[in-house]
Design a binder for this molecule. Structure first.
Ligand SMILES: Cc1cc2nc3c(=O)[nH]c(=O)nc-3n(C[C@H](O)[C@H](O)[C@H](O)COP(=O)(O)OP(=O)(O)OC[C@H]3O[C@@H](n4cnc5c(N)ncnc54)[C@H](O)[C@@H]3O)c2cc1C
Length: 409
């Protein structure tokens, strides 16, 4: 094709420099593979997804990022609390109930800054990052991924690699190109969100808690304390509930927030500091296949279910770490078949299916945490395990069965 310059060569090309892409590239570069991240925006760039869960501690620690988080101004998060539609507050679910270490506390992060931290760390580990560079196409020879086509302000060029990692988030570059992306029929939710200064916070270790306000028709709102007295407030609901005819995002947000007396009370002396983001598009999707010859997806590029349990960044890091281990072995063995690259998937998918079961339960009319725990008091620890992200490499079958028995549609 005319105007396309010759091919650069890397071991691994990572599409996207968010937490998933930065983590995969860092870990692979450390193992001696030449990694290039191709990122379409210039960092720092905005992202939603500010509340971490405790089990991000493992991947963040292995990446070497915990000291930076400890030195940061991000509010520590020790718990999550739910507020019912009629305003009744649950006791906080303190992560220390099941975690007896420093990992019982995590952080509420401003994502532009957190993601920059992860990307800078990748560069310090030797990863080459090309910003303002958009992958327009993954290149294939028959069904083997062999590189990417990149468009920048200066033109278009091809880069070759032995493995392509799709970490492009909701853009799902490979999912769209190979038409693998599909919606999830039982999970059709939309979201709008904004930021306030001066919202009410708890005291002491409750100051950084995530509060989830339940709204009518199984809608809900998040309340996430951030640095500089800022709070992130977002609403998730069925698109038709959130966006009645001709409603704008602004109107949808104001209507939903003012419809909750408990949430409005938290914001009584707060001032809104930003416009409303989000819209009526469905949040959830997945891909029918998530790896193939020479390619593998991590993070949101694989799938996104729902933000209710704040598991997105954790799953991005966990999938990136697991994928990096398999890519390393595949490159060493000279075998980039899907069975090698995707060897981590059964374990990852088993854990994700536990989180999916708790999401499905949450949206059932008959489900409440209080009822669930009154019927299944022995599942409290498993519930907290799920809320903190401790769902891998363990048998959660009894928990999932209990969820299913308490949440018939
Ligand atoms: C409403 C909402 C609320 C959420 N709340 C939370 C929360 O509280 N906690 C939580 O953990 N998660 C939350 N999430 C999820 C979280 O945002 C994601 O799971 C997380 O950002 C995934 O990280 P990632 O690295 O996979 O993708 P991203 O962070 O999206 O990074 C992908 C990168 O790829 C780049 N890219 C895209 N296309 C291309 C291309 N063609 N070429 C080159 N680069 C490209 C993008 O510019 C971007 O930088 C929420 C999500 C939503 C929608």
């Amino acid at each position: 094709m005319s105007g396309i310059r010759s091919r650069d060569q890397a071991d691994v090309i990572v599409i996207g420099g968010g937490p998933g892409g930065a983590a995969a590239a860092t870990l692979l570069q450390r193992q001696g593979h030449r990694c290039v991240i191709v990122e379409r925006s210039r960092f720092p760039r905005y992202r939603i997804g500010e509340s971490l869960i405790p089990h991000t501690f493992g991947p963040l620690s292995r990446l070497g990022l915990i000291p930076r988080l400890e030195a940061s101004h991000f509010p520590p998060k020790h718990s999550v609390r739910f507020v019912s539609v009629d305003g009744a507050e649950s006791e906080p679910f303190y992560f220390s109930e099941t975690i007896d270490s420093e990992a019982a506390r995590t952080w509420q992060v401003e994502r532009a800054e957190f993601d920059q931290m992860c990307l800078d760390h990748a560069v310090e580990n030797g990863v080459e990052v090309r910003q303002n560079a958009c992958v327009t196409q993954v290149l294939f020879e028959e069904d083997l991924a062999t590189g990417v086509r990149v468009s920048t302000g200066d033109g278009t060029f091809d880069m070759a690699s032995r493995v392509v990692v799709d970490a492009s988030g909701r853009a799902t570059v490979i999912g769209r190109q190979l038409e693998l992306r599909e919606s999830i029929p039982w999970l059709q939710k939309a979201s709008v969100w904004s930021y306030f200064r001066g919202g009410k916070r708890g005291d002491g270790i409750d100051a950084g808690e995530t509060t989830i306000f339940l709204l009518q028709n199984r809608g809900w709102a998040w309340y996430i304390p951030l640095p500089d007295d800022t709070v992130s407030v977002g609403v998730v609901a069925a698109p038709d509930d959130l966006f009645p005819a001709e409603s704008t995002a602004e109107a949808a947000f104001i209507r939903a927030v003012s419809g909750s007396a408990a949430l409005s009370a938290r914001l009584a002396s707060a001032e809104r500091t930003a416009g409303v983001r989000g819209g009526s598009a469905h949040l959830a999707y997945r891909n029918r296949e998530t790896c193939g010859p020479g390619w593998v997806m991590v993070g949101d590029a694989r799938a996104f279910l729902d933000p209710i349990y704040s598991s997105g960044v954790f799953l991005a890091l966990a999938s990136a770490e697991a994928a990096a281990g398999c890519i390393h072995e595949a490159l060493d063995a000279g075998d980039v078949s899907p069975s090698k690259l995707g060897a981590f998937e059964p374990g990852l998918n088993a854990g994700v299916s536990v989180i999916a079961a708790l999401i499905r339960a949450f949206y059932c009319e008959s489900f409440s945490f209080r009822t669930f725990l009154s019927h299944h008091p022995g599942q409290r620890a498993a519930l907290i395990d799920c809320l903190v992200g401790d769902v891998f490499d363990k048998d959660m079958g009894a928990f999932v069965s209990a969820l299913e028995s308490t949440s018939q549609p």
